[in-house]
Design a protein around this ligand. Structure first.
Ligand code: ZN
Length: 423
């Protein structure tokens, strides 16, 4: 059977998608029924604003760049640590440069005119002194009992993501963004916490769940830590469902899209669209590592649309995002994602550009994707061999042989890729 015929036949049968189906949240009630958009976008553009961008960056430059590269979907900074629209949610920090402007709304309007799908980006992992003063219990606590300063910005405090900061405050933020802008979804970065938090809510809620005190270490040999992992995963699932419901009530086709979840099976159950946040090589990571994360997710999400977030910036230890990587580096990373059925999503920090060398590189890649879109859609796995791995080992395996579980996969992936079978 020729490859095209094979793809046609398997696609007609529904392929893996028929097994997984739409997310289990599909029957949540909402105000109206809109058409599903998840499978449409093929070329994503992410612009992550920084606090001093409003009034200084040129949104029209970005809109014209999106048009030039045929981007058909955008992820734009909306709120969380900093709001890039005139929010009215109490304690939601407006950019100090915002004035009377609404750069987020301006970009949304421009993207909508180009018929792009649009999701808003929020980042709940940190907050400001006035939030600390008003709700000290929203701030993460270290094992030493101290409130946790942000590791990179001493003006900020790290938030507890498993308590009322996410459950109450960020729920209001997501509701307001959806009410005002009617987006296709909200994508939350760093929404799942930054290590074990010892705040009063985590102490009390973990005790109620397990009867135990919070673990003092992250040793996977410690049964208390294993119990903590279970509780954390459950709590994050609760938050996902809560935000997803709020979002769907404003627009039935919109979704909450988490940037990562600790359980790929649950990810497959709750998602209609998924993105990998494995942005570039660092250290000794090999190029096929990007394809490996796609293969792992296919096992649980079936053929649901999968996007590959790639950074044009440098992802090494000194992560200086105003600079950019070489063309060869960006190309090989994106090509691995595309070869594994992922849709490209470039991400750029800062609306003000200091190094423009990446613009033509991404343009060239996206032009090829645009011209060949019909071959990049409606694909199906032709795997004949499977490689089994356990996510449980990552969470619970503490023995020496269970450490660095990824190493085996790193070796097996190129072997299977370069033979006439894949997984
Ligand atoms: Zn906490």
């Amino acid at each position: 059977m020729k490859r095209r015929n094979f793809i046609k036949k398997t696609a007609a049968g529904g392929g893996a998608y028929a097994i997984i189906g739409p997310s289990i949240l599909a029957n949540v009630k909402s105000t109206g029924e809109e058409e599903a958009w998840f499978d449409r976008p093929m070329r994503w553009a992410q612009l992550t604003l920084v606090e001093n961008d409003p009034g200084q960056f040129d949104p029209d430059f970005w809109l014209s760049y999106f048009k030039r590269i045929h981007a058909d979907a955008a992820c734009l900074s909306a709120g969380g640590v900093v709001a890039y629209y005139p929010t009215d949610v109490p304690l939601h920090h407006r950019s100090a440069w915002l004035g009377n402007s609404d750069p987020f709304g301006y970009l949304v309007k421009g993207c909508r005119k180009m018929n792009m799908s649009i999701i808003g980006r929020t980042d709940p992992h940190a907050t400001w002194q006035n939030v600390y003063d008003t709700h000290p219990d929203w701030i993460a606590i270290t094992a030493n009992g101290e409130k946790r300063r942000h590791w990179a910005n001493p003006e900020l405090w790290v938030t507890c993501c498993l308590g009322p900061y996410n459950l109450e405050f960020m729920t209001k933020v997501h509701d307001e963004i959806m009410e005002r802008y009617q987006l296709d979804g909200i994508f939350s970065n760093r929404w799942a916490g930054s290590g074990i938090c010892y705040c009063e809510h985590c102490v009390r809620d973990f005790k109620a769940f397990s009867g135990l005190d919070l673990p003092q270490s992250r040793s996977r040999l410690d049964p208390t830590y294993n119990k903590y992992s279970e509780w954390r995963t459950n709590r994050l699932k609760e938050i996902w469902i809560l935000w997803d419901n709020v979002i769907r009530r404003r627009k039935s086709s919109a979704r909450f899209i988490p940037n990562g979840f600790p359980d790929k099976v649950v990810t497959g159950q709750l998602s209609d669209i998924v993105f990998t946040d494995h942005q570039a090589r660092r250290g000794s990571i090999l190029p096929w590592s990007n394809g490996k994360v796609a293969k792992e997710l296919r096992a649980s999400i079936g053929m649901k649309p999968l996007g590959c977030i790639f950074s044009v910036g440098v992802e090494e230890q000194y992560r200086w995002n105003d600079s950019v990587q070489s063309e060869a580096e960006i190309r090989v990373w994106v090509a691995e994602g595309t070869a594994n059925g992922m849709r490209a999503w470039f991400t750029k920090f800062s609306g003000t550009l200091y190094d423009k060398r990446w613009l033509d590189i991404v343009d060239k890649i996206y032009q090829v994707h645009y011209r060949n879109e019909r071959y990049l859609k409606n694909t199906a796995s032709m795997a004949r061999v499977g490689l089994v791995f356990s996510e449980q080992i990552r969470n619970y395996g503490g023995e020496a042989w269970q450490q660095r579980r990824g190493d085996h996969g790193q070796g097996d992936v190129p072997c299977t890729d370069r033979r006439p079978y894949a997984f």
